[in-house]
Design a protein around this ligand. Sequence first.
Ligand SMILES: *Cc1c(COP(=O)(O)O)cnc(C)c1O
Length: 366
Amino acid sequence: MTDRLERLLRAELRAVKAYHVQASSPQTVKLDAMENPYELPKDLRASWVQELSDISLNRYPDASADELRNQLKQVLELPSHFELILGNGSDELIQLLCMALIAAPKRKSGSPVVLAPEPGFAMYRLLALAAGLDYVGVPLLPDSFQLDMPAMLQAIKQHDPEIIFLAYPNNPTGNVFNLEDIELLAKQSTGLLIIDEAYHPFAQSSAIDVLCGYEHVLLLRTLSKLGLAGIRLGVLSGAAAWLEQLNKLRLPYNINILTQATAQFACRNYEVFLQQSMQIREQRQELYLALEKIEGVTPYTSQANFILFRVDSDSADSVFNNLLQQHVLIKNLSHSHPLLRGCLRVTVGSPDENKIFLSALHRALS
Ligand SMILES: *Cc1c(COP(=O)(O)O)cnc(C)c1O
């Protein structure tokens, strides 16, 4: 068994750790996964269920999801010349991008390279390695968490990456990178530059305004953080020439019929989700101010629906565990990257959830 496993599966794959999702019970205040705390309002729920009940489950979904893609183009305010394809979450689209470049012809030896600043979204590395690509992480600047431009340019020169992933805003730091820096990377890169705007509903800006003229820059969006994490729908958009090729790798029925119908319903009621994200932005500001007042806690400003904060590096684990004992689940990042020693990340919840979190944090620190 082990022999065969080792012979058939690459060492890189065996070495990778599976994406870990922390278990939680129903009474847990769950502030670890950047979920929108608000449900669909009751009246909308009723008409949503009504629409779902008319669906023919015996039929395959629309393979190209044309109607939904047209609606998304409108509500996401994408540049008019952008095409788009859909994924089972943007995770699937990250995987698809990695798959597309598995056999990139330009290298004589070695695998194609995926490059991303770190700390960043864990899936870039995981999915690159799973696809057999090489992965290069370039540390951000300490504390400002901005791009270390000399290091980025040096890494681009040295590795000539096929793909660069940049999250805007960045997860888990919550900040946005300087747009001039991003544009310089677009100019210097000979590969694809992917701008991942998973947190766009909570940010004041989009990188695409500056970058829509570059054909090798593609944009990732998702409905997950907006309040629809459960339906799994991600969007990859950009120049038609690229998307036409990438679409060949997409499984024909990757967006199931219930997700298509629910997303169309969401597009028709988009203002509800925008309203909720505005509430979350307001709560983010209150939560930030409250964290700032706590002695021994340093929060970082955020353009996303979460806040990264630092406590004494020796106490991060015990604060995390103490919160867990009080049934408050956040994310412990203290051991995830050297720049995040002592750091924890909390998702902005409802006013009640944030209150519970703050009093639990006070108790954990006293
Ligand atoms: C949450 C997140 C995603 C994943 O989104 P899904 O559409 O739910 O797969 C992608 N990128 C970043 C940076 C994220 O934080």
